[in-house]
Design a binder for this molecule. Structure first.
Ligand code: GUN
Ligand code: ZN
Length: 440
């Protein structure tokens, strides 16, 4: 509930409504969410959440000039947050037959080469953001390429859509084709220019983005740590312990380090805004270190299955109280849809003898992602004052979903059906800062 400032205008969205309050694995299922069968989400003219509650209680309190939008048969939830994705790999999705290191060499590096061209980068950035919104993703942590042009194109496209995005220039100065390599010095200088141009501008922020330990020299990793120390509020975004072959190679290249994570730790890359994609093969000592540092992992089940990388151990991360978000990791992931990704997440956890609950899944795709990216003060649920990025989902998007819904009673059961059977077709409308940004 809330009181409504006299001098502001409001829009009220009426539908079935759900959002997360906390991680069900910490507070239990019942305390982890709020659900209204007939709910109202009130957004002010600045695009922030002004109030939330049951429609019957809230409607009579609204200022008379409030616009009421009724989303019949819709289910309102917060916008999805993709904690790890590569926009330049939009065209690499569904590339056949390789595991991580060969997949990078055969498909990914050649495709990233084209992003030296600003026109191409602009076109793909636009296509990518449209694809995110169609799938209900309103915020993401995004890899660009080694080319500064790819970052300018991405941030400009995000700014035009008013989407909250975190991204950065890839740093890679070894073990890559010459056309994709920077140097410790050029990588650092280009990053600094981009940070000053984009970091903290509106809803944008910058992530220092060494690709992974195999493609950065000691000097480049050291300079990445220096950049983080130099500018407050930057993220660190990289890959960690994804595949067995990759890990063996990292340990060969860094014989003095005790683990893959220890390579990053040694160069001062671990902090509260550090997000490591994958973490499929970690030791307990690594988990403890990640938890101590307040760093996050991006769980990317679709990618891990597609590249045959391994099965992420979510229950173990829960026991270590590590922040975990959900990543599509397109183009190794095979869908932009976090619903489809949750379907894969469920099956991966089944193989780990762990049943991923629908409430935990909702949390991972929304508030858990916000916490992993340290955006929980602004995003992730409908607390008053947060930015109103939200979705209207359609529980009758396909004949099969509709048929299954008729047999589901509790909201948990309905959510599970959406996550197991749903994809972009379920997203009827996506709102960014209270304004419709995509409509089917
Ligand atoms: N490790 C280093 N680069 C990449 C990448 O582009 N995708 C994935 N999945 N893993 C990586
Ligand atoms: Zn990745």
């Amino acid at each position: 509930m809330g009181t409504f400032a006299q001098n502001r205008r409001f829009e009220a969205h009426r539908a079935e409504l759900i959002h997360s309050l906390d991680d069900p694995s910490r507070v239990g299922a019942d305390a982890s969410f709020v659900y209204f069968e007939d709910g109202l989400l009130v957004v002010d003219e600045t695009g922030q959440v002004a109030a939330l509650g049951p429609a019957a209680e809230l409607l009579p309190t609204l200022p008379p000039e409030t616009t009421l939008l009724e989303h019949r048969d819709g289910l309102i939830c917060p916008g999805f947050i993709d904690a790890h994705v590569h926009y330049p790999q939009t065209g690499v999705i569904a590339s056949y037959g390789a595991r991580l290191l060969d997949w990078l060499t055969e498909y990914t590096f050649p495709a990233e080469r084209a992003f030296a061209d600003p026109d191409l980068a602009r076109a793909v950035a636009g296509r990518f953001l449209t694809e995110l919104l169609r799938n209900g993703t309103t915020t993401a942590l995004v890899f660009c390429t080694v080319h500064p042009e790819s970052v300018d194109a991405f941030f400009a496209a995000a700014q035009a859509r008013r989407m909250r995005m975190i991204a950065g220039k890839v740093l890679m100065d070894r073990n890559a084709p010459a056309y994709l390599k920077d140097t410790p010095q050029s990588g650092c200088e280009d990053s600094r220019t981009l940070i000053e141009r984009w970091h903290g501008k509106g809803r944008l922020s910058y992530a220092v983005t060494p690709r992974f330990a195999l493609t950065s020299s000691d000097e480049q990793l050291a300079r990445s740590g220096e950049l983080l120390a130099e500018y407050p509020g930057l993220h660190l975004h990289t890959h960690l312990s994804e595949s067995e072959e990759e890990i063996a190679e990292v340990l060969r290249l860094f014989p003095d380090r005790s683990s893959y994570l220890d390579v990053y730790d040694h160069f001062n890359l671990l902090g509260e805004r550090s997000v490591f994609a994958h973490g499929v093969h970690l030791q307990d000592a690594d988990c403890e270190r990640l938890a101590d540092a307040g760093a996050a992992l991006a769980f990317c089940p679709s990618s891990n299955l597609f590249l045959g990388s391994g099965l992420f151990d979510l229950a173990r991360m829960e026991s270590h109280e590590i922040n975990v978000g959900l990543g599509t990791d397109v183009g190794a992931g095979t869908s932009f849809s976090l619903l489809r990704t949750l379907n894969d997440a469920y099956k991966v956890q089944q193989l780990r003898q762990h049943s991923l609950s629908p409430l935990k899944s909702l949390y991972l795709a929304t508030l858990g992602g916000a916490r992993a990216l340290r955006l929980q003060d602004r995003l992730g649920n409908f607390e008053t004052g947060k930015e109103a990025d939200f979705l209207v989902l359609d529980c009758h998007a396909t004949p099969l979903i509709s048929y299954r819904m008729a047999r589901a009673e509790r909201i948990e059961e309905r959510l599970f059906a959406l996550m197991t059977l749903g994809d972009d077709r379920v997203v009827r409308e996506a709102f960014v800062m209270g304004k419709s940004a995509f409509k089917r």
